[in-house]
Write a protein of this length. Structure first.
Length: 151
């Protein structure tokens, strides 16, 4: 593991499961799906085309704070779009920069126009923590091994 790992490394470890909704689904049903899947965002798909991302943040800002009804509003009406995507070869470091600069928490991963996964800020932080833990363990092992002494 290293910090220069790619998004593909993360997807290999976490899996490539993608949770989606259609743009004609009600916000209420999308929120229910978020809760059932225990995720913070869903990709909004129009057929095979990525139309946007629906997140808890969209719900609070575009439904609750605007006084809309979640059972009457379609996801397509409030979806965050256009969607920033990355390719599997993108580095963890670059994804962290993108997410920080754009203030987003999820990045769809696209290969040849098709969504193959999603990485969250949590996935990236967990990867970096794992890399640091491995590095610390290697240092401790090296230091505790001692050096051969000459007599």
């Amino acid at each position: 593991m290293n910090i220069q790992a790619t998004v593909d490394h993360i997807l290999h470890h976490k899996g490539r499961q993608v949770w989606t909704v259609a743009s004609d689904v009600t916000v209420y049903d999308a929120i229910r799906t978020l809760a059932e899947r225990n995720v913070g965002a869903l990709l909004v798909m129009d057929g095979d085309r990525l139309a946007g991302i629906f997140s808890e943040r969209d719900y609070t800002r575009k439904i609750i704070l605007q006084g809309r009804a979640s059972k009457d509003t379609k996801v397509g009406a409030i979806v965050s779009s256009p969607v920033l995507t990355v390719v599997p070869e993108e580095t963890v470091e670059n994804c962290m920069k993108l997410m920080t600069e754009r203030r987003i928490r999820h990045l769809p991963v696209v290969r040849d126009g098709s969504v193959i996964g999603v990485v969250s800020i949590g996935d990236l932080v967990n990867w970096i923590i794992s890399v640091q833990q491995v590095a610390l363990e290697q240092m401790q092992s090296y230091l505790s091994g001692g050096y051969p002494t000459s007599s």
